[in-house]
Design a protein around this ligand. Structure first.
Ligand code: ADP
Length: 391
């Protein structure tokens, strides 16, 4: 009897133990699963944050470079790599290993000494000169220990080019103004010094003074036009205009000039209707025909023509049979103050700005301008005008 009771008790104790163990195991399993889930979610959040950081850094226009406290690269964003033309992984490399740029290495040392360096201008040793502006600072951790360096790079090349173009423009303008001004000054002084006693000399000097005053006037007018066109202050007043009518008016205005060189002006234009600002387009055609007369040959001919292109735009041309333009100057003639033959242009009263004005006006009409020429066989200037919008 006691033995049976003892066995029953033993079974009971075993049953209770097994039940508790199963429950305990289930709880532990659940706990472990929750822990795993938490870890996975934490990892996902970290990965997500990292990916977001990466997208953010790579979408920056500025180049970004992070260095650790040993000056080893920990991050270089996409803009940085494109600014420096690097395609390989940079993480872990020093600046010298990655870029071979001593100037940048020196800058990092400067940042370390001073805490930060702002607006540092770095010239890259490229074939095409490139400039970067660098802002850099040391990064500290929450305990104030130096953790690394951050450098932000901004491409300054375009700004530098604009600055140089502006400086060249100012230098050119000063030079162009100085030449007629010093002539005027010289002749006035000679007249004051007694030359005015001789009427013949006076007459000759006054004529020179008048010619140079006109030259100054033309130059200032052209400069004002260029400046207005470049600052886009000029609003085109577009209207449908007969191209042939416009050309007729210009040819009749310039008839006397052409006759003085025994040249013939021919209007071969069909009557296209184009949407243009007539005053501005007048300037374009007048400049091109005037150049054709100026640089064309005596007894030569100048012809205006046009054709409609497949996309309905109109291509206009002004052709002469003068000496033409050498191949290396074909693109450059549209630059401000560029002349193939400086002395000849000045003799003819040229300012060197006419074709630059032509280019601005054509581009403001959404057109294109270019020149084709064979030396000794004349030059043909072309420009396009967009099609009339459907009414
Ligand atoms: P410019 O006032 O000197 O005529 P432009 O800008 O009108 O200035 O022209 C620039 C240069 O292009 C001229 O100096 C001249 O050397 C060249 N050029 C322009 N048109 C012709 C042409 N029809 N034939 C030959 N050369 C030309």
């Amino acid at each position: 009897m006691w033995a049976v009771l003892a066995i029953l008790l033993l079974f009971l104790a075993l049953g209770v133990h097994l039940a508790w163990k199963r429950r305990f195991d289930a709880k532990t399993g659940q706990f472990n699963a929750e822990l795993l889930d938490l870890q996975r979610r934490q990892q996902q959040t970290e990965l997500f944050a990292k990916a977001r950081e990466q997208v953010l850094f790579n979408s920056m226009l500025e180049g970004l470079l992070l260095l650790d406290h040993n000056h080893r690269i920990t991050l270089a964003n996409r803009s940085f790599k494109s600014l420096f033309g690097v395609k390989v992984e940079l993480r872990g490399k020093s600046i010298l290993e990655a870029l071979r740029l001593h100037a940048l290495e020196d800058l990092v040392s400067q940042v370390e000494t001073n805490g930060q360096v702002l607006n540092y201008e770095l010239k890259l040793p490229d074939i095409n000169e490139r400039w970067l502006q660098v802002n850099a600072a040391v990064i500290h951790d929450s305990d104030g220990r130096r953790e690394g360096t951050i450098l932000v790079f901004h491409d300054l090349t375009r700004l530098k080019q604009l600055e140089r173009t502006r400086e060249e423009f100012v230098a050119n303008v000063s030079h162009e103004l100085r030449t007629p001004l010093s002539l005027i000054k010289g002749y006035v002084e000679t007249l004051l010094d007694g030359a005015s006693q001789q009427p013949e000399v006076t007459q000759r000097f006054l004529k020179i003074i008048e010619r140079n005053t006109q030259r100054l006037n033309l130059l200032i007018q052209d400069l004002l036009t260029i400046s207005a066109l470049e600052s886009e202050r000029i609003q085109l007043s577009l209207q449908p205009v007969s191209l042939r009518g416009l050309a007729d008016k210009i040819l009749s205005d310039l008839h006397a000039r052409a006759e003085s060189k025994n040249m013939v002006l021919i209007n071969n234009l069909e009557d296209f209707l184009v949407l243009i600002d007539p005053n501005r387009m007048d300037q374009v055609l007048a400049n091109l025909v005037d150049n054709a007369i100026k640089y064309g040959r005596t007894h030569g001919k100048v012809m205006i023509g046009a054709r409609r292109l497949a996309d309905s735009s109109v291509e206009v041309h002004v052709r002469d049979d003068g000496p033409g333009i050498p191949p290396e100057a074909l693109d450059r003639v549209f630059e401000r103050f560029y002349r193939v033959d400086k002395a000849r242009s000045r003799d003819q009263g040229g300012t060197g700005l006419g074709l630059s004005i032509v280019k601005h006006i054509v581009q403001a009409h959404d057109g294109r301008v270019w020149v084709e020429s064979e030396v000794g066989k004349g030059a043909t200037f072309f420009f396009t005008l967009p099609p009339l919008p459907p009414s």
